[in-house]
Design a binder for this molecule. Structure first.
Ligand code: HEC
Length: 160
């Protein structure tokens, strides 16, 4: 009995520490890290313009998807891809500012998002409806994943 008691005394705190470390690691991996405050006024303006334009485009893509308009899906998804703020409308100096301001994870999520839009455009050019649905769903997941991690100041509902 005494032995069991002492084993519990050792095991429970051990478990608590392990759980604490595991949860702490998880929280760290997904820690909200708003990027807007880190941007220059010009970059923030570009980012917002880009967001409004991809927001419009993604709604139009949905309308085209559900009406089987492959050509329109291809055109819009290609536009989303090409409007990439990390490549367009930026002087070389802006690019230096941006890279210095945002975390690597943000750059990766932005790149992944634009790769998905290219894949969606390709699926639409191929006339592959199932793949279009799949890529569109990956696209909306990419929107929320980035907002949940990097835009909790703008979208506080993601902060919980
Ligand atoms: C790589 C990260 C990232 C991705 C991907 C992303 N966003 Fe955003 N979005 C942001 C950030 C950061 C803000 C906050 C900008 C600010 O502070 O105003 C934002 C803001 C917005 C806004 C508010 C713009 C405004 O100023 O009113 C809309 C709308 C929006 N995003 C839509 C979308 C949609 C739709 C998608 C996917 C099709 C998407 N975003 C994908 C990072 C992202």
């Amino acid at each position: 009995m005494a032995e069991m008691y002492s084993r519990n005394r050792l095991t429970l705190p051990g478990f608590a520490v392990a759980a604490y470390v595991a949860l702490g690691g998880l929280a760290l991996a997904q820690a909200a890290e708003p990027v807007s405050p880190k941007l220059t006024p010009k970059l923030l303006d570009l980012l917002r313009k880009e967001m409004l334009s991809i927001n419009d485009a993604s709604q139009e893509i949905l309308a085209a998807l559900v009406t089987g308009d492959d050509a329109r899906v291809a055109e819009l998804a290609q536009q989303v891809h090409d409007s990439f703020i990390l490549r367009q409308s930026m002087t070389p100096e802006d690019k230096v500012d941006l890279m210095a301001a945002v975390p690597e994870g943000f750059v990766q999520q932005d790149r992944a998002f634009h790769e998905i839009s290219a894949a969606l455009a390709q699926a639409a050019r191929d006339g592959d409806r199932a793949r279009q649905q799949e890529q569109f769903s990956r696209m909306t997941e990419a929107c929320s994943a980035c907002h949940a991690q990097y835009a909790t100041d703008r979208f506080p509902d993601f902060a919980e």
